[in-house]
Design a protein around this ligand. Sequence first.
Ligand code: ADP
Length: 549
Amino acid sequence: MQGLMIGAPLLISDLIRHADRHHGDAEIVSKRVEVPTKDGSGAIHRYTYREAHARSRRLANALKKLGVGATDRIATLAWNGYRHFEIYYAVAGLGAVIHTINPRLFPDQVGYIANHAEDRIVFVDLSFLPLAEKVAPALKTVQHYVVMTDRAHMPQTSLPNALCFEDLIEGSDDRLVWPEFDEKTASCLCYTSGTTGNPKGVLYSHRSTILHAYAAALPDALNVSARDVVLPVVPMFHVNAWGLPYSCALVGAKLVFPGQHLDGRSLHELFEQEGVTMSAGVPTVWLGLLNYMKEHKLRFSSLKAVVIGGSACPPAMIRSFQDEHGVQVIHAWGMTEMSPLGTVSTLKGKHLGADKEAQYAVQNKQGRVLFGVDMKIVDSDGKELPNDGKAFGDLHVKGPWITTSYFKGEGGDPLRDGWFPTGDVATIDPDGYMQITDRSKDVIKSGGEWISSIDLENIAVAHPDIVEAAVIGIRHPKWDERPIVVAVKKPGAGITREELLKFYEGKIAKWWMPDDVAFVEQLPHTATGKLSKLALRGEFKDYRLPEST
Ligand code: ADP
């Protein structure tokens, strides 16, 4: 017997329709990509969900006129901004698929994924015009490029069939009833950054996006509400800015899009100017902001919480935000294949009475699963390991917003007995908190045992003289691999190799002690701003360990 409920499909167009109807005057503020005039005017664009919805409908009508139909892939090379937001809703609303390309990828990779996705139209922000012009000759399926600007700022371009975004909007009607279709229809395509091999496409559906948006908004997840002002620093080309453009519409939060300048000064100014209460981004961004604020003795006047994820949040960063700035850190874990949210580290009631150190120990973990995500850790034979907070193994997940396979079947069937192997190595404690001890490919295998590179990195960055650190395994004749620390010093800091090694004493088992320290000017990062251990291992391939241990 079936339930007697209205079977309305879960569709993305309902999010913007809801935001328009019930939060129509809530603002969407964007730092423009166009250069402002000398007096600074024109730097900010400001409108409401109601206007965003009307312009999304106009854009959808314009796309229809260009022949866009269901399942067509429409790409973007764009920063976080209002036009990108409109494309999100116009494309998915029509039943077509928005493909957010990461412009930080190498041009060859951008070309590869646009061809692989068979993109029909590419929307381009002004700052990515040179990139688009460079790759355009190799793109086989693109029929139009739309430059995301108005007539006054429309540049000369070698792009074939270039159109102007504002011309499309002006020339079209806002009368449109969003079509209704199967909620399992594809809505959005994101390629993983492909640290090895070619990037692979993850294809979300309307249903997975809506369920994820609901779960992400909950108090024990990203905790967004109609009282919040949310600034997603995480790019809309990086797993849909962690779903915030959807969750914010779902709750009616004010949105602030930072455009292209993500340095400490630009972010701090925007936080203060717009009264931002919540923000989200990877640790590298926060490092820049915290350092800038320290240097200029600045405070936050409205910020209440920051979501930090994408790579492990250094414990020192959690303390700095909470102790020095009174800003709650929400440590989150996920991946492109998971839409991306999997776990969030918020306290349970029973932790509230615990001392501060015990609370920090919980927050340093990657956290508890959201309802909708199931997870387990397994050994190399696939046998489930105990959730005792000690045993660590490969982390497997499943749930309605987790991928079953990659676009066009690339890489074959990734699932193991119906579970998706994340490539992370983790522990799960009896309270359900998961802690990543490594990526399966980064864990250091020494004498048959595993050493967590992340634990060793966290200790290094807790030293006041160190800005950033990476730990990699170096071949060793007896132990197989031994860890070394590659670190960047704070400007003017005089820390030595011996001092940093001494800092580890008493914090780790003796056999985890790094064999060496190398100081460098900077560490390599991937297109999503994470440390690139692959590149670093390449740089250190001829490196010899000092005196064998
Ligand atoms: P890519 O970097 O390939 O685009 P994702 O952005 O999907 O991929 O990254 C997913 C991976 O990032 C996870 O599998 C995990 O290794 C790492 N990661 C994400 N959040 C965290 C976190 N809070 N702590 C540690 N690692 C994290």
